[in-house]
Write a protein that binds this ligand. Structure first.
Ligand code: PEP
Ligand code: MG
Length: 317
């Protein structure tokens, strides 16, 4: 159960254990957290926050689809399960920011769970009913997720940030924003944003910015698969899956330019954020933060500092 006696902020004057000294310039290094049990190890990396907490991992661990869980155990139990998991991470990192992504599992993953027989059958689940698409189509389930965030905000976890996956355009973002408002979260008061994972969202990032997002985060696992038309889970074409392909980098680079011009933070939370060549590219483009796997944080910190030092040297030469 959620411990409502938790007191975020009580020890926020102390520098978190392992936090690195102020970086030379501004690129922050965050960490991806898969499950709440990994939070304490993740926090000890010294990362500046959590760049991605995948909410669907919490749900998949309940062994039932959200719809079946709610039917069997009730709405309150569902909301409390979500709150419990997110609170563990938010508490561990407080006051460092924790970016929680709303549920994004394809129907073939949900099908493994109890209740999975009710999932729609799809030829291309990765192009189908997942992420914000499913959420907007099932607002009653979606709003329970948002209700969990709302209650955590009310408990003082102001370090939570909400992120929406697989958006296509400004309309998706406006609709998601509307659901935040419907549960009583003021989007102008909280930090929230979206993942840039579809080519349309990268190219149309100005329309997304216009909806008032505070940040965007590049989901390079999906963005690469959609830009190159290479299934990220297909071993027969895995040698063609290249996050550093010029077409992918151009799309990311242009979107960073648009966001910087508008004062919107940029981040990466795909696997490629742990790759030194990608880090080099992103720091030079002026990305706000990079989120890496737990085991890669130390190397990414070193790489970021190295590139930033080089940039400073270049600027004075
Ligand atoms: C991504 O697509 O890069 C991402 C981080 O999301 P996921 O891997 O969960 O699809
Ligand atoms: Mg993705």
């Amino acid at each position: 159960n959620v411990d409502s006696s938790a007191s975020p902020g009580s020890d926020d004057d102390e520098t978190p254990v392992g936090k690195r000294p102020k970086p030379v310039t501004a690129t922050e290094v965050k960490v991806n957290v898969s499950i709440p049990e990994a939070a304490s190890r993740a926090a000890k990396t010294g990362a500046d926050g959590v760049g991605l907490l995948r909410l669907e991992h919490l749900v998949l661990s309940l062994d039932k689809t959200p719809e079946r869980y709610i039917r069997d155990e009730g709405v309150e139990a569902y909301i409390e399960e979500l709150m419990d998991g997110v609170q563990t991470v938010a508490e561990e990192f407080y006051p460092r920011p924790v970016r929680v992504r709303t549920i994004d599992a394809p129907t073939d993953e949900f099908r493994q769970l109890e209740g999975g027989e009710e999932e729609p059958h799809e030829h291309n689940p990765m192009l189908g009913y997942r992420g914000i698409r499913r959420s907007l189509d099932r607002p009653e389930v979606f709003e329970h997720e948002l209700e969990a965030f709302k209650r955590l905000y009310d408990m003082g976890y102001e370090n939570l940030e909400i992120m929406f996956p697989l958006v296509t355009d400004g309309d998706d973002v406006a609709a998601a924003r509307g659901h935040m408002e419907a549960v009583g979260i003021d989007p102008d008061e909280r930090d929230w944003g979206v993942m840039i994972e579809t080519p349309a969202s990268a190219r149309g990032v100005d329309d997304i910015i216009a909806e008032g997002v505070d940040f965007v985060s590049f989901g390079t696992n999906d963005l690469t698969q959609y830009v190159l038309a290479v299934d990220r889970n297909n071993e027969h074409v895995s040698d063609r899956f290249d996050e550093l392909h010029p077409a992918v980098l151009e799309m990311i680079g242009d979107a960073i330019d648009d966001c910087r011009a508008a004062g919107v933070d940029t981040s990466i939370c795909g696997q490629a954020g742990s790759d030194p060549d990608m880090v080099d590219f992103l720091v030079r483009k002026g990305i706000t933060s990079i989120s890496a796997n737990i085991d890669a944080v130390a190397d990414v910190l070193d790489e970021v500092d190295k590139v930033e030092e080089q940039l400073i040297l270049d600027s004075v030469r």
